[in-house]
Design a protein around this ligand. Structure first.
Ligand SMILES: [Fe+2]
Ligand SMILES: [Fe+2]
Length: 421
């Protein structure tokens, strides 16, 4: 990740501030000074594009985030309204709410959340700007609190989960918005920026007064995985905080819950695809929540064929990559040894996961039995989960090889990546 200094104004963040300033009054809540103590902007000044240049040219004496107020920005009332919409519309939440959790209990926690200047500004930008969005932030807060209630966490931890859920993707506001375009296939160098958003979010919230440290840490961990295969730091189960484990599960669920087609069953499959990938207490909580879900109907033949093709495409890619590692060695690999070993380990883990579904190597994928929607759903979820992991693996190899591999080893890694994509 590029070095991050909270006193240097991030240009993408500033673009988002300017975007917000077009629809809301954004005002300097105090005098803004540069690092040498020269006043750049006086308290009460309405921020607009004419000030942009001045804010970027100089390093400030404190983060800009804490020196701006937004008129008509996110308030407790707007949060409560959006939370109620989420509770009404995101149906799997009601399945997740068994003993100890209820919409009322979730709303009671959210009602007590107090925003400071920086978090009001960040959330206001998420609402109107280019971030993942306020709705996603509120869904994460509601889902995180629900999981916390089911785990009987105390009220301080529940408040922290609410705040961490609301701000977990705030780091995205500091990244080039082009990389967040959902239709764009990211090159490894571009993905590197996206992969930095948890860390940026952690650093931004760490330098924001009033945000508990546990919240910042959890934000930095929300794409990690207990088995060490997450990002950006590949932390493992014993180094990820309790709150971080709940938040990473929350982020996964928030990607699936808005789907209209059996979201709870999909979540249940997704958390089990790779054994050990998610915290076991949360996995069993989600599995038990999915029980009693209505049986799905049969999928149509066209959709079924599409799924069969997707499953079939995975096998040769994984096998070619494993064969490449097991039959060719680049010789005197040095630092690249660990990268090869880790890639092999991940591929074998993904192959085991595919085998355990019964889909891998199955000669009879076209059969009528696999057209039943339970199996079709499994095909869809499992292939989706494996596909993005293969994509992520190829990006990580590409990024790591530029610093690890010697010139004569590049071809070896290029072939490996070519097998995966
Ligand atoms: Fe994220
Ligand atoms: Fe997210």
């Amino acid at each position: 990740m590029e070095s991050f200094d909270p006193n240097i104004v991030n240009t993408h963040y500033l673009q988002n501030v300017m975007g917000l300033a077009k629809t809301h009054g954004v005002i300097a809540s105090e005098d803004i000074f540069d690092a040498k103590g020269i006043k750049l902007i006086a308290k009460g000044t309405l921020v607009n594009e004419s000030l942009q240049e001045r804010l970027i040219r100089f390093k400030l004496n404190k983060p800009l985030e804490g020196s701006l107020d937004v008129e008509g920005g996110i308030s407790s009332q707007k949060l409560m309204e959006q939370a109620q919409i989420v509770l009404d519309e995101v149906t799997p939440l009601s399945m997740l709410m068994k003993s100890g959790a209820s919409g009322k209990a979730v709303l009671a926690i959210l009602k007590e959340i107090r925003f400071n200047k920086a978090s009001t500004l960040l959330l206001s930008m998420e609402q109107g700007g280019t971030g993942t969005g306020f709705r996603h932030a509120v869904l994460a807060a509601v889902t995180g609190i629900t999981l916390g209630l089911r785990l009987d966490l105390d009220s301080a931890a529940l408040h922290n989960l609410a705040l961490a859920g609301l701000l977990h993707d705030a780091g995205e506001l500091y990244i080039n918005p082009e990389f967040r375009n959902p239709g764009r296939q990211l090159a490894p160098e571009e993905w590197k920026h996206i992969a930095a958003h948890p860390r940026i979010g952690q650093l931004v919230t760490e330098s924001t007064p009033g945000i508990p440290r546990a919240v910042s840490i959890a934000i930095g961990e929300h794409h990690e995985r207990p088995n060490g295969f997450g990002y950006p730091r590949q932390l493992t189960a014993n180094t990820i905080s309790k709150l971080g484990k709940i938040l990473l599960m929350t982020e996964l669920l928030c990607g699936i819950f808005p789907k209209t087609d059996q979201p709870m069953e999909r979540s249940c499959l997704a958390v089990k695809v790779i054994p050990g990938e998610y915290p076991p207490d949360l996995v069993s909580l989600i599995t038990s929540s999915a029980q009693g879900a209505p049986s799905p109907a049969l999928v149509d033949a066209v959709r079924h064929q599409e799924l069969v093709e997707r499953v079939k495409r995975i096998e040769p890619r994984m096998e070619a990559a494993i064969a490449h590692i097991e039959t060719t060695m680049p010789g005197n690999t040095g630092a690249a040894d660990a990268l090869i070993g880790q890639t092999r380990e991940r591929l074998l883990m993904l192959r085991r996961a595919m085998y355990s579904t019964g889909l891998y190597g199955c000669k009879d994928l076209q059969s009528h039995e696999t057209q039943t929607s339970g199996i079709a759903l499994e095909m869809d979820t499992v292939t989706y989960e494996i596909e993005w992991r293969l994509r992520e693996l190829s990006r990580q190899i590409t990024l790591s090889m530029s610093s690890l591999a010697k010139d004569d080893q590049r071809e070896y890694f290029k072939t490996l990546v070519a097998c995966l994509v």
